[in-house]
Write a protein that binds this ligand. Structure first.
Ligand code: AMP
Ligand code: MG
Length: 699
């Protein structure tokens, strides 16, 4: 990482603003590696300068590099600096201002100084906007009174930044001139006190790099992420500091790599979307789920599976924040924003085959064309124009040279060094790919909630996307409960059984792409279980437990959740099943699965999987299966859904001979589940049944 910390300062040209934090004063915020300190308020410039200097000094002493951004322009429209200082070095202007500006908490000479500067140039201006009661020689109150036009009204940066104000205006809503005059002297002093480089005037090699920022460049991202009642200035320094601190180094480098200009420019002006996305992605973690999100109206009857699923879909929402992720690292992650193609694919018309490019179409019958000298190969396009009635050698993937739109396949041609002959007809556009035929620049190619696949990576790369915003990985704690459990591999006492659920659920959840936090086993006692849940709630976004979920004496998970006021015991019309226990433990959702391994696994696949996907920022999706003929016979109760361990042989679905929910060996025997609908009563061999391969639950 090129910088260890980011300091962002929202400067002010005005007088002391008093002790209570308010807007339009000076605000500063420090961020490191995605964590921002509380924004700091400074009532005046003197206090701010003291703090900034000592902060930068201490970072330098600690050997930490800082990127320090200030929200005022570092340079003036072209020609001004030279006219004032006689030097082409924009930093000479900083020193000039430092020598001439007098500043104090309650008064400063900025308006008088601007008048004096104006007096050096012919006509009235360029500065205007006397904000004082008294008249100031050579400083008009209105911009329209000016006649001096020897300097441009705006820098190139302002001209391309929509809504930016010209530097010459010193007062009135939105004016920035005063900030510049009252800011550059402070930066000039920082340069003398510390090892500082100034972007983009100098090579950014020092331990402190000063850069110009402009929050309005990313106004909409700042607005969209602003908490209610926040002070805008405080929020925006935090946003920008955080965004720059999470930006991948290659992206930050891209922002820094701009051409030298004596006017200076705004950091991010060349790619505001990078900052914008970083702001959105570093926005705060969403609020926790509501305490009553699992409360389902309970009738006398058991709840059908589909109603239970609908309830989860409607009451769950993403619980994790977002982060930037490089392409190489984002497989299986969930997109937080839509992604648009940064470049068309293909970027230019090119050849789909090795052959000869020409202007199509070619008529029926023999065609002879002279060849132009040269060729077009992939990565080495032909720079010239191919004259009408000529052809040119072209290779697969090479750009179509100007003057051509059609390619004749090499195998269909007789060629000499100077001409080709072939038999038409040849359609116009044959064997050529048009620009953007696959993806167009600016087109949405993936939408939020998408789980990124290897194919997506190829598409994103081809569209020039190197970084995406994804949800932070969901942290899922997994806990087994029961006095009878011991660890596989240990010696089991009489009455003990091995914990089969935890390894199975750990692997299942890890396979879904989440971070598994193994919470171990909890005995059937409330105190230790409480302790485990307390610490799990700190580390996990969601907790999955198995066992102790019913309403019996030893069902301590249910009992504890009951005490939170968020508990719901879902009696679902499903086999295998028994109730699902749901609740919130200190703002962390808990999904209590049944203890029997087969029921635990089936409930994890049917309920926990979509629930976790939703909380992780993914879409709500039904697991797809296939209709296949049954190789078995079975009768069941209507009004209850059944999931049987199943596998496919010779195109027919077989089921595990036992339906016992403790028969964990059947999970190993099976390659999927067969889902028997709520209504079904009798299944006879040859009936179509719905088979859900385990692989389809693994995505
Ligand atoms: P419970 O829901 O706690 O009443 O447990 C139901 C059944 O599942 C009991 O026979 C438990 O011994 C068994 N069981 C609970 N947790 C596990 C586990 N982690 N591994 C294997 N069997 C378990
Ligand atoms: Mg138990």
């Amino acid at each position: 990482m090129p910088f260890d910390s980011i300091l962002i300062v929202d400067w002010s040209g005005g007088n002391d603003r008093g002790p209570r934090p308010k807007s339009d004063a000076i605000w500063a915020c420090v961020a490191r590696e995605g964590n921002a300190d509380e924004p700091k308020y400074f009532r005046n410039r003197q206090l701010a300068e003291q703090w900034i200097t000592s902060y930068l000094q201490s970072e330098s002493h600690a050997g930490r590099r800082v990127l320090a951004g200030f929200d005022f322009s570092f340079g003036f429209p072209v020609g001004f600096g030279h006219a004032l200082t006689g030097s082409d070095d924009p930093l000479a202007l900083w020193d000039w201002l430092e020598q001439h500006v007098q500043d104090g908490p309650s008064a400063n000479n900025r308006f008088d100084l601007a008048g004096q500067i104006n007096s050096r140039f012919p006509g009235i201006g360029p500065f205007w906007g006397n904000g004082l009661r008294r008249d100031i020689p050579h400083l008009p109150r209105k911009g329209s009174e000016r006649t001096c036009d020897i300097f441009p009204e705006k820098r190139a940066a302002e001209a391309s930044a929509k809504g930016a104000f010209p530097i010459w205006q010193l007062s009135g809503a939105g004016a920035v001139g005063s900030q510049v005059i009252m800011g550059l002297p402070m930066l000039a002093r920082l340069r003398r006190a510390l090892d500082v480089s100034v972007w983009p005037f100098e090579k950014c090699t020092s331990s402190v790099v000063l850069a110009e920022i402009w929050p309005s460049l990313v106004a909409s991202a700042i607005r969209d992420t602003m908490p209610e009642h926040a002070i805008k200035d405080a929020h925006q320094v935090r946003c920008i500091a955080l965004a720059l601190s999470v930006l991948p180094s290659a992206d930050l480098q891209r922002l820094i790599d701009v051409d030298y200009t004596p006017e200076g420019t705004i950091l991010g002006l060349n790619a505001p979307e990078l900052l914008e996305n970083a702001i959105k992605s570093s926005a705060l973690t969403p609020p926790p789920l509501r305490n009553d999100c699992f409360a389902m109206p309970q009738g006398a009857h058991w709840t059908p599976v589909d109603i239970a699923l609908d309830h989860l879909r409607d009451h769950l929402q993403p619980v994790t924040g977002t982060e930037q992720c490089a392409l190489g690292e984002c497989i299986g992650r969930l997109l937080a924003h839509d992604v648009t193609a940064l470049r068309s694919h293909p970027p230019a018309p090119n050849s789909a085959v090795d052959g000869y490019a020409l202007a199509g179409p070619a008529p029926d019958g023999p065609t002879n064309l002279p060849l132009v000298d040269g060729r077009s190969a992939a990565g080495q396009p032909y720079p010239g124009h191919v004259p009408a009635g000529h052809a040119i050698r072209i290779l697969t993937g090479a750009n179509m040279p100007a003057g051509t739109d059609t390619v004749i396949l090499q195998e269909d041609v007789n060629a000499s060094d100077s001409a080709i002959a072939f038999h038409g007809p040849l359609k116009r556009g044959a064997n050529a790919r048009t620009a953007g035929e696959d993806m167009k620049k600016g087109e949405v190619i993936l939408t939020a909630g998408r789980k990124i696949t290897p194919g997506d990576l190829g598409m994103l790369a081809a569209a020039g996307v190197g970084t995406v915003t994804v949800h932070k990985r969901l942290r899922v704690g997994i806990l087994s409960t029961g006095d009878e459990l011991c660890e596989p591999g240990e010696t089991a006492d009489v009455g003990q059984i091995f914990d089969a659920n935890r390894p199975m659920l750990n692997a299942t959840v890890a396979g879904w792409g989440y971070e598994v936090i193994d919470l171990g086993r909890a005995a059937d006692k409330r105190e230790p279980l409480t302790k485990i849940l307390n610490s799990a709630a700190q580390q996990c976004d969601v907790i999955i437990s198995s066992g102790g979920a019913s309403a019996g004496d030893e069902d301590h998970m249910s009992a504890l959740l009951q005490g939170t006021g968020s508990f719901a015991l879902w009696r679902i019309a499903m086999k295998p099943g028994r109730p699902l226990a749901l609740g919130m433990w200190e703002n962390t959702p808990v999904i209590g699965l049944p203890g029997n391994p087969v029921a635990a696994m089936v409930c994890a696949l049917i309920f926990a999987r979509p629930a976790l996907q939703r909380m992780a920022g993914g879409r709500w999706e039904r697991t797809e299966g296939y209709l296949l003929p049954a190789a078995f016979e079975k009768s069941k109760k209507a009004g209850r859904r059944e999931y049987l361990r199943a596998r496919v042989q010779d195109g027919k679905v077989q089921i595990f001979p036992s339906e016992g929910s403790g028969r964990v060996s059947g999970l190993s025997w099976a390659t999927g589940l067969v889902e028997l609908s709520d209504e079904a009563q009798v299944i006879t061999p040859g009936d179509q049944v719905y088979f859900l391969p385990f692989g389809n639950f693994a995505k």
